[in-house]
Design a protein around this ligand. Structure first.
Ligand SMILES: [Zn+2]
Ligand SMILES: [Zn+2]
Length: 142
């Protein structure tokens, strides 16, 4: 059974859709891959809202709303997955084939790549980085 939206459910759906769009365009500034992710999320929002605008005005905004929520949830899952597989310092994806001492493979079970560990170890007396001094970078133990 299809429910024909009344004016009040439309307003409700519209407000909810706008809230999801704002969510889509909001990430904490310290999010890894911030630029890349915000662009991907903006593109998703643009497509879904664009579709909503093309559709019959009596079309069900609730559907677009659910779809956008779902797409954003998927984006978040993928980003979390990717974050687990990249260096916490240089954000390059770990590359298991690049096992040189300064390559981009993961160094043991640390969240850092070999290059960053290497760079840290070779650092002079002035050297500080998130690996040897996480507190300075607001990290603590993560
Ligand atoms: Zn690195
Ligand atoms: Zn260091």
């Amino acid at each position: 059974m299809t429910r024909k939206p009344t004016a009040s459910t439309e307003i409700h759906d519209l407000r909810a859709l706008l809230a999801v769009v704002v969510d889509a365009l909001t990430l904490p500034f310290d999010t890894p891959n911030y630029d890349q992710r915000i662009l991907a999320r903006a593109a998703t929002a643009r497509v879904v809202v664009g579709e909503a605008l093309i559709e019959d005005p009596a079309g069900n905004l609730g559907w677009n709303l659910d779809y956008l929520r779902q797409q954003l949830a998927q984006e978040e899952t993928e980003a979390a997955e990717q974050a687990k597989n990249q260096c916490g310092r240089c954000h390059k994806p770990f590359d298991p084939t690049d096992t040189r001492h300064d390559g981009h493979d993961r160094y043991a079970s640390t969240p850092w790549c070999r290059r960053c560990i290497d760079n840290c170890r070779d650092g002079g007396t002035e050297h500080v980085c998130v690996i040897c001094d996480p507190a300075r970078y607001g990290g603590g133990g993560r």
